[in-house]
Ligand binder design. Structure first.
Ligand code: MG
Length: 161
């Protein structure tokens, strides 16, 4: 590994259903809808893990934690972050910055943004001012705008620890 920073991109989509638990960026949110997923369906953490893993040249999240493995059923995605960071540290790298866009009609994200941002900083071992998360409603366009699904897109900058 050389000492230059490297960037990674991660995207994750989950369908939404009324009455399901909703955990986003590792924060439990009181919401009328929640993601369908083999794990807890935390699209934000899945996208961020894939961005970080991609930047490190590592296998993606779906390869490391298959969605047909019983061990991953209902699993808290915070555990995927811990496993991701273990691999990052193993390469003597660390996350320098993260930026995330979460597109969803519901839940409304504004009341939860600060908590989600703080949890991301904690899970990926970086300062709060190096993490950001923006919410977009989807403007009633396509499945996301109609509230049928959510999509998280993340970029991560990784460099020497
Ligand atoms: Mg996912």
């Amino acid at each position: 590994m050389n000492d230059l920073p490297r960037i990674g991109l991660g995207i994750d989509v989950h369908r939404l259903e009324p009455g399901r638990p909703c955990v986003l960026a590792g924060v439990a949110i009181d919401s009328p809808v929640g993601p369908i997923g083999h794990s807890d369906g935390d699209a934000v953490l899945h996208a961020v893990c894939d961005a970080v893993l991609g930047a490190c040249g590592l296998d993606d999240l779906g390869t490391l934690f298959p969605d047909n493995a019983a061990a991953n059923a209902g699993r808290a995605s915070a555990e995927f972050c811990a496993a991701t960071m273990q691999r990052v540290r193993g390469l003597r790298l660390c996350v320098w910055s993260l930026d995330v866009v979460l597109e969803t009609n519901l839940p409304k994200l504004a009341p939860h943004r600060a908590a989600m941002r703080a949890r991301l900083a904690e899970l990926f071992g970086i300062a709060l001012d190096r993490v950001n998360l923006k919410g977009k409603t989807g403007e009633r366009v396509d499945a996301i705008g109609r509230g049928e699904a959510m999509r998280a897109t993340a970029v991560a900058l990784v460099g020497p620890a």
